[in-house]
Ligand binder design. Sequence first.
Ligand SMILES: C[S@@+](CC[C@H](N)C(=O)[O-])C[C@H]1O[C@@H](n2cnc3c(N)ncnc32)[C@H](O)[C@@H]1O
Length: 292
Amino acid sequence: MKVIRKESISNITKNRDFYDKKYKGVNVSGLIKTLNNLDAFLNDATTTDISWVGMYINNFKDTVKGKKIMELGCGNCANVAILAALGAEVVANDISDYSEDIVKALNENYKFEHNITFVKGDFTSHNLQEQSLDMVIGKAFLHHLTLEHEFEVIKKISQVLKPDGEARFFEPAVNSKILDELRWAVPMNNRPSKLLSPKAFKQWEDSDPHPHRDNSSKHFKRLGHQFFDTTEIIPMGMLERFYRILPFSTKTLRKYRRVALKLEKYAPKFMQYFGARSQTIIYKMPKQTSHV
Ligand SMILES: C[S@@+](CC[C@H](N)C(=O)[O-])C[C@H]1O[C@@H](n2cnc3c(N)ncnc32)[C@H](O)[C@@H]1O
């Protein structure tokens, strides 16, 4: 393993502290309910909620049974639980120890074909068998890493994937400086407006677990090319992103999101990239560099 710099280590610590607070005491009963109504959940989420739409794009659901899949940054473990319920052999990973508690509770409370296993701590610090995984995935994970750390993660993924394996990530997309500044100007949940309350915004930013980094589609394309022969970026959210400022009921907004995600696919590709708020990144055909 290549030693990563101090900046990356302190970023990992900041993320761990942040997410330990978030996942402490998570109760799995809601997740078990979801697993017991899996088709209804997936039919709704994978057509409406952008992170699920992005992760499950290209019929993903129907391809996972029997596959050995590692999810990095599994967080509250909703996705690992669903993949295991769909019949995948799932290895979950997160730096938060509380994710391990969630995995344990899931295994105790649901009869999976293969129990979920948990790999603790940072992925790059583990000696995993080369060419042993069908898929490595992450939902809102890569953008939490420094660029230097991300490079080591993608390199290692290319080594642990089987030759016909696939890496798949759902991440935010920042392809336009103007849209990004507009986004920060609008207050959202506990995030103050950068424009209207700069001091409060700075305070929020200091405790935020996202490092300042390039999240453009071009970046993820360049990164993939270094370790994979095939890279595909699917931008999304060009129209869907406006639901956050529309004054409608939750039900109407969910309908808007569904329709917007369908319609925006017909826009010219350059507009989809420019306006995207999210992207699915698919890397295939690992170049299988050897360990250094
Ligand atoms: C935005 S959350 C996403 C969680 C989950 N995938 C989801 O979609 O809800 C980011 C997750 O990445 C995890 N994380 C951050 N840095 C990590 C690292 N170096 N290794 C493993 N997990 C990490 C955090 O603990 C957190 O659970």
